[in-house]
Structure formats: C-alpha cells, structure tokens
Design a protein around this ligand. Sequence first.
Ligand SMILES: NC(=O)c1ccc[n+]([C@@H]2O[C@H](COP(=O)([O-])OP(=O)(O)OC[C@H]3O[C@@H](n4cnc5c(N)ncnc54)[C@H](OP(=O)(O)O)[C@@H]3O)[C@@H](O)[C@H]2O)c1
Length: 291
Amino acid sequence: MPPIQNEDTCALGAKRVKRLGYGAMQLAGPGVFGPPRDRDGALAVLREAVASGVDHIDTSDFYGPHITNQLIREALSPYPDDLTLVTKVGARRGEDASWIRADSDAELESAVLDNLRNLGLDALDVVNLRVMFGVHGPQEGSIAQPLSALVKLQRRGLVRHIGLSNVTPAQVEEGRRLCDIVCVQNQYNLAHRHDDALIDALARDGIAYVPYFPLGGFSPLQSATLTEVAQRVGATPMQVAIAWLLQRSPNILVIPGTSSVAHLRENLAAGGLRLPEDELRALDGIAGNAA
Ligand SMILES: NC(=O)c1ccc[n+]([C@@H]2O[C@H](COP(=O)([O-])OP(=O)(O)OC[C@H]3O[C@@H](n4cnc5c(N)ncnc54)[C@H](OP(=O)(O)O)[C@@H]3O)[C@@H](O)[C@H]2O)c1
C-alpha cells in the first residue's frame, strides 16, 4: 500500500476532503470560553492551516461562544471553494461556562442562524447534531425531535448536510432512518476505542467518522508505548497518534486541535507518516491498558 499522504480524501457531504483536517475548538480562551489569549496567533493558525492545504475545519458557535466562528470568518472569508466548514448545534454555554443542552426546535433554529451570521455564510456545509443527553459521552434516547428540527432547517436551504455527534450506534440507526447522515463525530483515539465496531460499520456504508479528542483532548495522550513507538519511527507521539487514526480506517477524518502554529505544522506532517504493522500492533495494546 502506498504511504498515506494528506492528499488522500474521503467524502464529506457534497465534497471530498483530505483525511487530515483541523479542529478549531482550541482557538477560544481557556475552557473554550471567552477570547483567545493570543488573538493574532489564533488567526495565524487558521491562515496557516488553509495555506498548508487543509480543506476541512471543524467548529461550533458554542466555542467561545461565537468567538471561534468569528475568528474563522476574519481569518478566512471569503472562503476558498474547496473548504468544508463543519459546525455543530444542540448545546449552549451558561454564563459560568457550563455546557447546556439546547435542542428544542427554537434553540436549533437560533443556533443555525448564529452559525450563519458569525461565519458569514448563506448556508452551512455540514451541521452535526451534538446530542447532549450525556455531556461527556453518548447516552441512549430518541433523537427524533431535534433531528427532525434540523431536517426542517435543511429543507429551508440553511443546512446542506447533516451529521451526528456524541451518539450511540442505536441513535445512528435512528438518525439514518430519518435523513441522510454524512458523518458521525464521537470521542475516539488510541486509548479510547469504544467505537471500533461502529467505525467499521460506517466504513462499509461510506459514512465518514470524525474522532473528537484525537490526541486525547484537554489531557493529550501519554503512554510509554506511544513514546517508544514514536522514537522508533522517528516521529513525535502526537504524529504517531494521528498516523494511527489515518491507518485505522479509510472513513476516518482526523481533526487535531491546536492553538499553536508549530503544533499545526507538526500535526499536518503526520499525513506523510506510515506506521509498520508491528508498530500498529504495539499501539493496539494501549487501549487494552487504558482505564
Ligand atoms: N463533538 C464534540 O463533542 C467535540 C468535543 C471536543 C472536540 N471536538 C472537536 O474535535 C477537535 C479536536 O479535539 P480537541 O482539540 O478538543 O482535542 P485534541 O485534538 O485531541 O487535542 C488538543 C490538545 O492537544 C494539544 N496539541 C495539539 N497538537 C499538539 C502537538 N503536536 N504536540 C503537543 N500537544 C498538541 C493542544 O494544545 P496546543 O493548543 O498547545 O497545541 C490541545 O491541548 C476540536 O477542535 C473540535 O473541533 C468535538
């Protein structure tokens, strides 16, 4: 098999995007709340990402709130034709920075309108319904009401494609009975592999899977095995974590988040890293040892 380069693509809504994109959540202030510590640095990260060929950026209007989308608009609008912006709705932020479920029909409409205004768009490429039955992980329950509300906004032309986030396999099935689902975004990385079977099922059906916290999120992955593999292949641990995801399944789109241009460059360089089979087997052991 030829090395995975960041030229490899996967369908996401109307377009094919490169397998390695960028997640914008880290651009807001501490705790994804308020303005960034370094505003010019945040704009520089976005501009560098697109200049380096990134054509898929993941965001939400509840990052900041509003601030991350406003930074994206300032840095990148007018947007390149090949850029796919994926946003999410279904939550809002409390004044104390808490994450609050917000998926009534009226709240979803207002979230879509907020995203359109702050990103400066007439229609959103892809909108994920971020299910908030459980804040930190999926919880069973019917998603028919909020998803039907999103479908109505799609019929009005405000939303082009719909995805799901923080969902169980049963919710994915329910969602697919209600409308076309183009992507699923759940927590998944080397140490957190609850979705292995779901990823394989989505791959068979040509649906993109977009792991959130691909590097471990607010506490980046740390493991002796990861460090040892990184040393053996001459890469950094974060590059190995990205390369492992790219090799895990062709429907995985990786969106590492960073507020640093240096980390962005390091992460994008992982698109050219190919891990040998024995190193992949060593990395598989990390999940077995994780809590
Ligand atoms: N659907 C959801 O519920 C949900 C939830 C969380 C996230 N997301 C999406 O998923 C994207 C990715 O998740 P994430 O940003 O939270 O977590 P992540 O990509 O797993 O990790 C980000 C963390 O890793 C650090 N980092 C990045 N590159 C690094 C490098 N090369 N070396 C060392 N540290 C590095 C970042 O710090 P620096 O800023 O210092 O680089 C940051 O602390 C988000 O941006 C967001 O778009 C979605």
